[in-house]
Ligand binder design. Structure first.
Ligand code: NDP
Length: 317
């Protein structure tokens, strides 16, 4: 091996709650972890405003602040937090090779993947505006639904996630309008049936979101279009939820790791182990069901503990 190649015991990829929790545990176990933050330092929580459902914050916490706190906590124990994207990996041998920003090669005994998933959006300017300013567009009903208690909301999508989120919102909001672009659901029959049977959910088929309406600060409604008749109409609401799927950020690992058909990494049930020894996964990169900060943090902890045990079993720690 060339002298110039850096060798580490534990390399963590990603800087959401999973990555930073793995870094806290790994640094406390003296594994001297190096964490690469990736494209969106702090992860998905930095795109939300208030986080009200992470245990330990009775008054809630700003998403970006929470990620800064997690980073500070990881650094307190010596985690080496770096800027950079992992652009290539080679998991062929016992030492795992990764490349940062297409140039720097690093070798690591263990890898913790915490690259998360990105919510898909429609791409409308108005959607992005009210998403960025926290004025009423969100991709997570479980995270943000509570802010719309007693109000009317709209949700876009017809998969299992949209159905689950619509049911969740229906318990909080006075009315939920579901915009389904086809004349049928993509969701499983049982999930679709559930939303059809909830009184305060109105389902509009063949209907798409044309524009998010508001006063510049907060959402006041949406304009929708029927894609058969092209007729448009406005719906009054204070929240617009986008539930059209997520994309796991796992492409770089594709040649090496077992994944499901949508790109989520498959882990051994009950652990963070992947099909490659010494490579562990945590957070949304392996979870299309729960996708919560607290579950991501929990699996980040699991990955660091699994990595530590792996190093100990191999006599490397
Ligand atoms: P899906 O890909 O299953 O569904 C996405 C939905 O969004 C589809 O209805 C799709 O419409 C719609 N959509 C996509 N793009 C647009 C657009 N531009 N405009 C309007 N609508 C659009 O994603 P999910 O997140 O719902 O689910 C992902 C996976 O996770 C699935 O396998 C699902 O079964 C699973 N899951 C399981 C759960 C559980 O078991 N409890 C809970 C949540 C998810 P169209 O149908 O027309 O393509």
């Amino acid at each position: 091996m060339s002298e110039s190649i850096e060798k580490v015991k534990c390399l963590i990829v990603g800087s959401g709650p999973a990555g930073f929790t793995a870094a806290i545990y790994a640094s406390r176990a003296n594994m001297k972890p190096v964490l690469y933050q990736g494209m969106q330092p702090g992860g998905q929580l930095t795109t939300t405003t208030e986080v009200d459902n992470f245990p330990g914050y009775p008054k809630g916490v700003d998403g970006t602040q929470m990620m800064m706190d997690l980073e500070a906590q990881a650094k307190r124990f010596g985690a080496d937090v770096r800027t950079g994207m992992i652009t290539k990996v080679d998991f062929a041998g016992p030492v795992h090779k990764i490349w940062v920003d297409n140039k720097t090669e690093i070798h690591s005994d263990t890898i913790v993947i915490s690259t998360g998933a990105s919510a898909r959006y429609l791409g409308l300017d108005s959607e992005q505006h009210y998403l960025a300013n926290g004025g009423g567009v969100s991709a997570c009903a479980v995270c943000d639904g509570f802010f719309y208690k007693g109000q009317e909301t709209v949700i876009v999508g017809a998969g299992d996630s949209a159905c689950e989120e619509a049911s969740y919102l229906a318990n909080i909001c006075t009315k939920v309008t579901m915009l389904v672009r086809r004349d049928e659901f993509r969701a499983s029959k049982i999930m679709a049936e559930r939303v059809r049977n909830i009184d305060n959910i109105e389902i509009l088929h063949n209907t798409e979101l044309d524009e998010v309406l508001g006063d510049g600060n907060v959402v006041t409604g949406v304009r929708v279009v029927n894609n058969k008749s092209n007729a448009k109409h406005e719906i009054s609401c204070t929240g617009a939820f986008i539930a059209i799927g997520h994309t796991p950020n796992t492409k770089v690992f594709e040649p090496w790791l077992d994944m499901d058909e949508t790109g989520y990494i498959v882990n051994n049930p009950g652990s963070s182990k992947t099909n490659i020894e010494g490579v562990f996964v945590s957070g949304d990169a392996a979870d299309h069901v729960y996708r919560q900060a607290v579950t991501a943090a929990g699996t980040g902890c699991m990955a660091a503990l699994d990595a530590e045990r792996y190093l100990a079993a191999k006599g490397l720690h």
